[in-house]
Design a protein around this ligand. Structure first.
Ligand SMILES: Cc1cc2nc3c(=O)[nH]c(=O)nc-3n(C[C@H](O)[C@H](O)[C@H](O)COP(=O)(O)O)c2cc1C
Length: 172
């Protein structure tokens, strides 16, 4: 597990190769098996592979999402506030589970933040995303997880960047 955690780096450049249906299935299983508060499971996942939809989503905010148009797969993560007051936590856990599962399959991934981010015209990026994927009003968008075959392997993390001074014992 620690080796996988050290190896996982955000990947924003992907080869043309598609993510296979079996790989997508495994990524989704890890999300659907992830823990949630009170076992409420307030998430929804929208799997996007169509190039035109990926391109539209890549334009939902001005920064940090353009690379989605060159990726083979995006999974939009949405939460239902009426099902859980901690949908953000639940959706975040599912998102990192998907990233780690992708890493275990040798795939690259990156998290695109949507919640609280503005779109190009000062509107909310989440509203842009919801329009593109036809999401109902009652759902909120957490983010878009991007997956694909890595164009290049990035250097894994090493021990020297660990912020041990952020760890406190018994009190601060
Ligand atoms: C909550 C969250 C939001 C992020 N949002 C974006 C984003 O919108 N666009 C992007 O390119 N990367 C995004 N990232 C990726 C971070 O930039 C990246 O994880 C960080 O720089 C550390 O690099 P690493 O993932 O290679 O360890 C996000 C990561 C997290 C955890």
């Amino acid at each position: 597990m620690l080796d996988l955690i050290k190896k996982r780096r955000s990947c924003r450049k992907f080869t043309e190769e598609k993510v296979s249906p079996d790989e997508i299935d495994q990524i989704l299983k890890s999300a659907l098996w992830s823990p949630t508060s009170k076992n409420n499971r307030p998430w929804e996942f929208v799997v996007v592979e169509k190039a035109e939809t990926l391109k539209a989503l890549s334009q939902c905010k001005p920064h940090g999402s353009s690379f989605l148009s060159g990726a083979p797969l995006g999974i939009v993560v949405l939460g239902a506030p009426d099902k859980s007051d901690v949908w953000v936590e639940d959706c975040s856990i599912a998102s990192i589970m998907m990233q780690m599962t992708a890493e275990s399959l040798g795939l690259g991934s990156t998290w695109i933040q949507i919640r609280l981010r503005l779109g190009e015209e000062g509107n909310m990026a989440a509203d842009n995303v919801k329009k593109i994927i036809n999401a109902p009003d009652k759902l909120e968008v957490l983010g878009i997880m991007v997956f694909g075959h890595k164009e290049k392997e990035r250097k894994p993390y090493s021990d020297d960047i660990l912020l041990w001074d952020r760890v406190h014992y018994e009190n601060m």
